[in-house]
Design a protein around this ligand. Structure first.
Ligand SMILES: Cc1cc2nc3c(=O)[nH]c(=O)nc-3n(C[C@H](O)[C@H](O)[C@H](O)COP(=O)(O)OP(=O)(O)OC[C@H]3O[C@@H](n4cnc5c(N)ncnc54)[C@H](O)[C@@H]3O)c2cc1C
Length: 392
């Protein structure tokens, strides 16, 4: 594995770092405090191209390799994890999924827009179906050339302010037996591209979150939403395969973003330890403070190596389901540990938003929950290592 960046990758990282320092980081505290939406920042993110980073230029993207995309996401995560999350979902879960599974018409319709003027959402989770998406009850029934969708989705990033949501729905049920969905399993799930302005689609923002307070996490209601069969993404019954494949890139992106959080924790902990005087000395001169800082660094270095390994496999055209899962699990847990240590270095000042470390901790906390909890990742890895399936 080659750890050198190419000149182009180095340039992209510098572009992302400069952009995030100037445009993203300064607004993070206010957006967090107010649970605001980055109305002013979003057009700039589109303009600089980050929302289409790995999308081919023929579809309006930057046409970057996977590592370059990860470097951008790391810098976003370092500046503001809420913004990183919006970008990751748009690119990793939605645009790359349409690129892989979409028809020529779907790619032509959505990819240029997702790269330049509107965000995509990924509607898998439901109020009663999180770790076990195969128990979802949202249904899609055939009506001539159309499909009619009914149901509810929960915790959908970009779900009320985007332009399109990939909605996963059961196509193996009549309206009457949606309740029995849990017994039907995964084979009857199909993916649909649902424009968010379609009649019957309602996204309601969820407020009061512990972290990722900027941006849009929504509850989505689907009431007799009619979409043509041309909006079906992939095969009838092929939805869960598409969702799991999308999570390979979503988890990569999440791992890169968490590496950014750990980097921000290191930056801030070193800075504060150098300024703060106790017992007549900088606290950075105390061995136990150095231990906290060193441990952040150990997690940071390991995190970066793990997400770079995923990129390296992807850019060679190899599958990376396990590597994405390993990187996601380690980097998310490392980000939580790093943020906790950074708060400790700040003492009482870490407990207020005068310093950003409290936000890092709150923002990091969700990353061991979404895109497969830490427990689910361990079961996936356990199944891979032992051949035994602990899910059933
Ligand atoms: C801020 C935010 C943004 C999100 N964005 C999106 C999005 O854009 N799109 C989307 O589809 N979803 C999204 N999600 C949903 C997220 O993916 C789910 O919350 C996650 O998959 C967990 O599901 P759950 O919350 O229903 O928890 P549950 O599945 O109910 O899990 C509860 C607990 O039980 C444990 N558990 C469950 N099953 C097992 C098992 N077999 N063995 C051991 N332990 C188990 C879990 O690990 C967890 O600790 C988002 C969530 C949040 C909080």
């Amino acid at each position: 594995m080659d750890f050198d960046l190419t000149a182009e990758q180095d340039q992209i990282r510098k572009l992302a770092r400069d952009f995030c320092t100037a445009e993203v980081a300064p607004g993070a505290r206010e957006l967090d405090r107010t649970e605001g939406y980055p109305h002013e920042l979003l057009p700039k993110l589109f303009e600089v191209g980050f929302l289409g980073a790995p999308i081919p230029t023929e579809y309006g993207g930057m046409g970057l390799d996977y590592l370059s995309y990860g470097l951008i996401v790391e810098e976003l995560g370092r500046a503001d994890a809420s913004i990183r999350s919006m970008v990751s979902v748009n690119v990793g879960l939605v645009a790359l999924t349409i690129l892989r599974w979409g028809s020529a018409a779907q790619k032509a319709e959505w990819l240029p827009r997702l790269a330049s003027d509107g965000l995509g959402a990924f509607g898998l989770t439901e109020p009663g179906a999180g770790s076990d998406p195969s128990s979802m009850t949202t249904g899609a029934s055939r009506d001539g050339e159309d499909w009619i969708l009914n149901g509810a989705k929960m915790w959908i990033t970009n779900g009320s302010t985007g332009i399109v949501t990939i909605v996963f729905a059961r196509t193996d049920l009549g309206e009457g037996d949606r309740q029995a969905a849990g017994e039907r399993g995964s084979t009857g799930i199909t993916a649909f591209l649902v424009p968010q302005d379609e009649q019957g689609y309602t996204g309601t923002p969820l407020k009061g979150k512990l972290g990722l307070r900027a941006g849009d996490t929504a509850e989505v209601a689907l009431r007799d939403v009619r979409v043509p069969d041309a909006n079906r993404l992939g095969d009838v019954g092929g939805g869960l395969k598409i969702a799991l494949n999308a999570l390979d890139s979503g988890r990569y992106s999440l791992a890169a973003g968490c590496t950014g959080i750990s980097q921000a924790c290191l930056d801030q902990a070193v800075r504060y330890a150098d300024e703060r005087i106790q017992f007549g000395r900088k606290i950075s001169s105390f061995q136990l403070v150095q231990q906290l800082i060193s441990e952040i660094y150990l997690d940071l270095e390991a995190s970066r190596a793990l997400y770079w390994k995923v990129a390296w496999k992807h850019d060679k055209g190899e599958r990376h389901t396990i590597e994405s899962s390993v990187a996601k699990t380690f980097c998310s847990e490392a980000a939580v540990r790093s943020a906790d240590r950074a708060v400790q270095v700040h003492g009482g000042y870490g407990y207020s938003d005068e310093y950003p470390v409290g936000r890092y901790l709150r923002d990091a906390r969700v990353t061991t929950l979404y895109e497969g909890t830490s427990q689910i990742q361990r079961l996936l890895l356990g199944r891979h290592l032992t051949g035994e399936n602990a899910f059933t």
